[in-house]
Design a binder for this molecule. Structure first.
Ligand code: GTB
Length: 216
């Protein structure tokens, strides 16, 4: 059964791989699984047909036979559990890889997201500029700790895993602000993720959507 995922018809990031369908596409590519994509406008995401799949009216979703999932972390975990290549066989190593998925989503992503949301939603507020240094400081604290942990290793815990996939996807969101450049080992870690053939295929697929819809 070929799964169907949802993605932005016209992504606000202009197809630079920052929307959350990218991590699902990447996981499917790592697993060697074909997939279909249903593109949604912002209006369609809030209509009953999509709300029946995603209670918060967002992308991505994942449909496979009778199974419907939302939340990029849950979807990547589902893919990683069912296909080889994203989770180690050893039970303890597997648990650690899953821990890194949670760390990416629950500990590293929130401060990165806070800065992005501030820019998009609060950029015109009088207090916007005053709030930036603290928001940036919170990101630097997390990246500093992560950088210390990674050291000169290629991946967070041995072989590449779904934990790295999720961490790289999250760190990519700190790239446009320039903050990632302050941590050369993390920048190199992200570059290693981006260099993976599966990442490149996923990136090209979501960029092709933007290119096609921008010119149509
Ligand atoms: N926790 C959920 C998950 O991980 O799946 C969050 C899902 C989510 O935030 N989806 C966003 C969405 O559907 C798209 S990815 N937003 C529409 C809405 O909530 O109405 C977030 C995103 C959007 C744009 C950029 N960008 O332009 O750089 C990056 C990320």
């Amino acid at each position: 059964m070929i799964p169907t995922i949802t993605a932005f018809e016209r992504s606000p990031d202009r197809g630079r791989g920052l929307a959350r369908d990218m991590r699902v596409r990447w996981a499917l590519e790592e697993a060697g699984q074909p997939y279909n994509v249903r593109l949604l406008s912002f209006e369609a995401m809030k209509e009953p047909a999509h709300l029946a799949l995603h209670p918060f009216g967002q992308i991505p979703t994942y449909e496979e036979g009778g199974l419907v999932l939302f939340e990029s972390g849950a979807i990547v975990f589902h893919i990683a559990e069912r296909h080889a290549g994203l989770l180690p066989k050893d039970a303890n190593a597997r648990a650690r890889a899953i821990t890194w998925m949670f760390a990416a989503l629950n500990t590293v992503e929130p401060p990165i997201l806070e800065l992005q949301v501030a820019k998009f939603v609060e950029g015109n507020e009088s207090w916007y500029e005053a709030r930036l240094p603290l928001a940036q400081q919170r990101i630097r604290a997390r990246l500093g700790e992560l950088s210390h942990h990674l050291g000169d290793a290629d991946w967070l815990d041995g072989e590449f895993s779904a934990g790295d996939l999720m961490m790289v996807a999250v760190l990519l969101r700190s790239k446009p602000s320039g903050i990632l450049d302050g941590y050369p080992n993390l920048a190199a870690y992200v570059a290693r993720g981006e260099a993976r053939p599966a990442y490149k295929r996923a990136f090209a697929a979501q960029l092709a959507v933007f290119t096609a819809t921008a010119t149509s």
